[in-house]
Design a protein around this ligand. Structure first.
Ligand code: HEM
Length: 473
């Protein structure tokens, strides 16, 4: 007799299915879905969670029933670090989320605003290229480190403006970013076992989170004061407002019919860092690793870029529209290595049914985009890196093709797609145009370590070391 709830793998008392998530939850859940099907009910501690692992069911959750699944669970670390979830990523569905999502889409991440940052992207990418050129004669460079500092530097300048960047503040910011990304990506006992909340106190985790929150708050307060005092001024030569400027002027003008509180400005700025840095860095890192393993494809994408560039010295954003293979490389990287393989969790706002199974109110919904991106029903040789599959193929990541959803879909789809692709395309095109890339001595493509680090992102475990050879047009 069919159960009224979706199929479940066997559970243990108290911890439920938590022990089955292993060191790479997206991979473990993919393996479980092969056995129990694309709709599973798991118990994560005391939390019921539905795991969705097919394009058809992702469409059901993020399109047909999107309004029911548009909220986020209330996670302890997000509450503590993000001003009680007054940010966009973790705000529960409702009027406040609607207001700040609009601020984000209309004022912070619109196509026009993203274009206004093009000179900053150019400047930061050029600095990265110069940095690589400087050490190219020495041997392999740690490309992962270089890419990480590109994405951090870029969002810092876009968010805080030109004058912000003293060495001391930059170091402080990098430390804060590292800390909060570890907390937000980590396992927090109270989220799964509310009655074990005291463990957070006992282990010192609560104190560490509190300290991180205070350090961030003091830091952001300083930056905002600088802006209010006119210290941030010019993005200088760039002639454009930074994100703190935009938020402060929205606050002053009561734009969109409401007033942003100071804490809300801080929460939104923290989101911009949290959402834009790791995701973009992880994608660039994998794209370069996959190309380094596939010399034929590396040459193909370089030939495309070099033919379009002629003998000009650097790729600009205007050149990119013609680079179809480059765009296919980025899509294929996001298919195989979506930086957030389980997207961000959703939560059901009311009781509903999926395929006739009952889904109670407040059930957590986890969509396994990693698993869906490797579904052989949609993807031939699904585990292979083959950017060609995206040539002359209308499938895109904008939330309409549910077999390819690295940015999510529906009401909560990532509003930073244009921001992200502008950075990914410009950085990758310049890296590939300006250098040929070799693996370190004696390493063959099969030896390149493609293992992911522990946790909920697809960050590479080992840093990517490659030897850049400057290219003369
Ligand atoms: C390769 C880069 C990126 C990837 C793969 C990515 C992916 C995602 C995903 C999967 C979600 C959750 C979607 C859902 O629940 O359906 C999301 C949400 C979000 N992303 Fe991105 N993202 C990227 C870059 C960015 C950038 C550059 C920004 C901003 C500068 C950004 C801002 C946001 C925000 C604010 C949300 C929360 C939306 C909401 O809950 O309403 N993301 N992103």
């Amino acid at each position: 007799k069919r159960s009224k709830f979706p199929p479940s793998p066997p559970k243990l008392p108290i911890i439920g299915n938590l022990h089955q998530l292993g060191s790479h939850p997206h991979r473990a859940l993919h393996a479980l879905s092969q056995k129990y099907g694309p709709l599973m009910l798991l118990k994560l501690g005391s939390v019921p969670a539905i795991i969705v692992s097919s394009a058809e069911l992702a469409q059901e959750v993020m399109k047909t029933q999107d309004s029911i699944f548009a909220s986020r669970p209330s996670l302890e670390v997000a509450k503590q670090l993000l001003y009680d979830c007054r940010d966009i990523l973790f705000a529960p569905y409702g009027d406040y989320w609607r207001q700040i999502r609009k601020v984000c889409i209309v004022h912070l991440l619109s196509i026009k605003r993203v274009q206004s940052f093009s000179s900053i992207r150019d400047e930061q990418v050029s600095q990265m290229i110069d940095r690589i050129a400087c050490c190219s004669s020495i041997g392999p460079v740690n490309l992962s480190k270089i890419l990480n500092s590109l994405t951090n530097g870029l969002i810092t300048k876009i968010a805080f403006g030109g004058k912000f960047l003293g060495e001391e503040r930059t170091n402080k910011l990098n430390q804060l970013l590292e800390e909060s990304s570890a907390f937000l990506g980590g396992f927090y006992v109270r989220d799964y076992f509310p009655w074990l909340g005291w463990l957070g106190k006992l282990s010192g985790t609560d104190d560490r989170i509190k300290r991180s929150f205070i350090n961030w708050d003091v830091f952001l307060e300083e930056v905002i004061r600088d802006h209010e005092d006119g210290e941030s001024d010019e993005f200088g030569a760039h002639q454009t407002q930074d994100l703190v400027d935009v938020l402060l002027s929205l606050q002053k003008d009561h734009a969109e019919g409401f007033t942003l509180a100071r804490d809300e400005i801080k929460a939104i700025i923290k989101d911009m860092f949290g959402a834009a840095t790791d995701t973009t860095f992880i994608t660039l890192d994998w794209a370069m690793a996959e190309l380094a393993r596939s010399p034929k494809r590396l040459k193909r994408v370089q030939d495309e870029i070099r033919e379009i560039l002629g003998n000009r010295s650097r790729v600009t954003e205007d050149d990119i529209s013609k680079m179809n293979y480059l765009k296919a490389v980025i899509k294929e990287t996001l298919r195989l290595h979506p930086p957030g393989p389980l997207l961000l969790p959703r939560e059901s706002l009311e009781e509903t049914k999926i395929q006739g199974y009952e889904i109670p109110k407040k059930t957590r919904i986890i969509v396994n985009a990693f698993s869906i991106g490797r579904d052989p029903e949609f993807w031939e040789e699904a585990h292979e890196f083959r950017p060609e599959r995206f040539l002359n193929n209308p499938i895109d990541f904008k939330g309409n093709d549910f077999q390819f959803i690295p940015f999510g879909a529906g009401r909560r789809i990532c509003p930073g797609i244009h921001f992200a692709t502008s950075t990914l395309e410009l950085a990758l095109a310049n890296l590939l145009y300006r250098f040929d890339w070799n693996l370190p001595d004696n390493m063959s493509p099969e030896d390149l370590d493609m293992v992911e680090t522990f946790g909920v992102s697809t960050r590479r475990k080992s840093d990517l070391l490659l030897h850049p050879i400057p290219y003369k047009a």
